[in-house]
Design a protein around this ligand. Structure first.
Ligand code: NDP
Length: 410
């Protein structure tokens, strides 16, 4: 394999973990300012602040992961068939995320009320938790590699670094338990929500109040996570489930990146209890609701259309292009306005989650910048994948629907 192909995986695996620590250290020790050490000694002084795992962090995360496995495996849920695989077969998925969400919140309430875990534990033990989950994610990705290599599903290239990073199996399973589907949401998305609640508790402990800014950020993100579980089956038609193999990239992203960096704004607000004017509050609220509406209605429109192509779209029979493969590309509704309006909705929400932190430091805007890069890159990847898959049918769709994400601009 050419070194060029390995550069990306290596850079990401070596660069992203330090980045998550760096952002936390900036928050914790530099008031959220982006500190730039100018000498080797100064970098070292920063690095020695990175804590190792603690028994408390290991027990907390071990208990958390186990709870999520048990809820997924044993909780009641409706079975949905995934989209057809390359060989035409379909895998079944048990959807019980809504149930798991409420059970998790109840479990958290019990352990906090009983005094077994402090409500502010996330802020207090953030460093050791970050290290613990990192170690787990690296080890678990190795398990996924071995598991994939031992299965008939393996699509390994033979290069360990690349295979470890990208994964060697599309749907690694133990019996009917699907690791990718599980990790996409349960241990990471739910932890994001619990982290936010704990950070709000820390703000209350430190300042005797939960500010409007904190309430907005937490409420927006709770809405986003709850929405995911309410419409959980919509994940079956997303890129990750259909095409992405389950290796370090997805695994680390799900387990570490989501809970530890998506909570950056709430984390920042713990030590920045500023007030928001009524006009600012309303403006941010409207932006988030607009983004949410766009995101949700676009995603669900495609999902419903794929399940029932004769169902009405915006009150009319849908128009579409039938590809040579037999797949239908919707050309009416949101999917006739731009090719990825769902991404635009996500971007509006991302901005609304950052704005409550106001403009003291750029760090809390990291999520918005990251989402712009992620979704523009993702749209490009998806475009190439669809071009390869549908060739002239995709060209016809692109001619009919000119805009990629933002109508009139991009
Ligand atoms: P999409 O849900 O947009 O799925 C893209 C796929 O849909 C294409 O590959 C194609 O697959 C199919 N498709 C494309 N055009 C049409 C059409 N006109 N009609 C019917 N099917 C079509 O993308 P993602 O899976 O990337 O994203 C899903 C959601 O998740 C988005 O809202 C995104 O913003 C969000 N997201 C959030 C992230 C976060 O970290 N917060 C990270 C990533 C995504 P095929 O034809 O093969 O079915």
């Amino acid at each position: 394999m050419p070194l060029r192909k390995l550069a990306g995986p290596l850079l990401l695996m070596l660069g992203l973990p330090p980045l998550t620590y760096y952002m936390w250290l900036c928050l914790r020790y530099y008031d959220g300012a982006l500190v730039l050490p100018t000498s080797g000694g100064a970098w070292l002084a920063l690095a020695v602040r990175v804590p190792g795992p603690t028994l408390q962090a290991v027990v907390l995360y071990g208990g958390w992961f186990l709870l999520q496995v048990v809820l997924q495996a044993a909780g009641p849920g409706k079975i949905y068939a995934g989209t057809p695989l390359a060989d035409g077969s379909r895998l079944n998925y048990k959807m019980n995320g809504w149930f798991a969400l409420w059970c998790t919140l109840a479990a958290v309430a019990v352990v906090v009320a009983a005094g077994w875990v402090s409500p502010t534990v996330v802020y207090d033990a953030f460093g050791p938790l970050l290290t613990t989950v990192h170690l787990f994610a690296f080890a678990f990705s190795f398990y996924l590699y071995l598991h994939g290599m031992a299965s008939r599903q393996s699509t390994a290239t033979g290069n360990f670094i690349y295979d470890y990073f990208m994964g060697v199996s599309l749907n690694p399973r133990v019996g009917s338990f699907d690791w990718k589907f599980f990790c996409e949401s349960r241990p990471g998305l739910l932890l994001w929500l619990v982290f936010d609640l704990s950070l709000a508790a820390k703000q209350y402990q430190l300042h005797g109040t939960v500010t409007t800014a904190m309430l907005l950020v937490v409420a927006f993100q709770v809405l986003y996570v709850a929405d995911y579980f309410f419409f959980e089956d919509a994940i079956l038609t997303t890129w990750d489930i259909k095409y992405e193999k389950f290796g370090w990239m997805l695994c680390w992203g799900d387990l570490v990146w989501v809970p530890f960096t998506y909570t950056l704004q709430a984390h920042y607000l713990v030590d920045h209890p500023h007030a928001l004017s009524a006009a600012t509050t309303v403006g941010i609220l409207v932006l988030n609701l607009l983004g949410y509406y766009l995101f949700r209605s676009t995603n669900i429109q495609k999902h419903r259309f794929r399940q029932n192509p004769t169902g009405l779209v915006w009150g009319k029979p849908p128009t579409y292009i039938r590809t040579a493969q037999g797949t239908l590309l919707l050309t009416s509704g949101w999917w006739g306005v731009a090719r990825h309006l769902n991404y635009l909705g996500d971007l509006c929400m991302a901005l609304a989650w950052c704005l409550p932190t106001l403009f003291g430091h750029p760090l809390p805007y990291f999520y918005f910048v990251y989402m712009v890069i992620l979704l523009v890159h993702r749209e490009r990847r998806d475009h190439i994948a669809c071009q390869t898959k549908y060739s002239q049918d995709w060209e016809a769709y692109c001619q009919k629907v000119r805009w990629r994400i933002l109508p009139g601009i991009y």
